[in-house]
Design a protein around this ligand. Sequence first.
Ligand code: ADP
Ligand code: MG
Length: 311
Amino acid sequence: MIEIDRITKVYDGVPAVDAVTMTAESGTITVIVGTSGSGKTTLLRMINRLEEPTSGEVRINGESTLATKPHLLRRRIGYAIQGHGLFPHHTVARNIGAVPRLLNWPKDRIQARVDELLTLFSMNPAEFRDRFPAELSGGQQQRVGVARALASRPDLLLMDEPFGALDPIIRARAQDDLRRIQRALGSTIMLVTHDMEEAIRLGDRVAVMDGGHLVQYGTPAEIVANPATPFVADMIGDVERPLRLLSLVPVSEVVENGEAPGSALPAEGNLRDALSACLWTGRTAVPVERDGAIVGRVTLDAIRSRAELRA
Ligand code: ADP
Ligand code: MG
């Protein structure tokens, strides 16, 4: 569990982060969202003590971060930033193994961990482990950056706008990947973004920052349904509200018996993806699969009535 307790940072008499208090459960993704200058990066950097708080405290699994020397603390907390920050003259394997090497893991354990992570990120180890960052696509570099931050199984992974440099289509895939990998590894992640859509898509909990204050903290469904302030409502945006609501409903909730033509959607997917699939292919229903077996279908009518019900 990560407990942030009245944490404050004052620069030149002006608070950049003002008495923020929140608790994040282990094994979850917490997304900190806000406009530029709202204090997101400062908040994140106080957690691993790249910035020292003016007042307040962070506890990780009950232990104050002030009890550990900053450089040792940062070996237990992964940090991934926009533009990956890979060492250009080191291979993929060396980049991913950087922190385990600092921690003196045995060589074979590091190698096994590198291969495990590459596989998890859908990159064939034999093909990729000896490449240099310049020999990878932007999306692959970004995945290696995240794999590196996860390599030592950190207590916590901090991510500051990690997908900011990716184009929208790759970005959606990177988000899905992160979600899948976080679930597989049970990692605890705090991620900063200015994009409310990303927050809703990725967060188990979403923390909305405005002018250094935490203005709302809740599940995506709570925030979409009941924005705490006009600012939060603005960030959500009224126009796409039905679509955003659909993105919160799993396909499994409206799956029905019956057949439909074409390629199947996973039951764990959401209704927004199902709607896209229908519109894109001109179908009125799509098959749904779980663990490779067709379990039924979802119809355009069912999606539509769900959007109207919840809008
Ligand atoms: P965000 O990541 O949400 O864009 P930041 O945390 O980077 O916001 O910045 C919050 C506020 O604190 C901004 O007004 C910024 O100018 C100010 N700030 C950030 N870092 C410093 C610093 N090192 N010195 C002075 N002011 C800073
Ligand atoms: Mg920032």
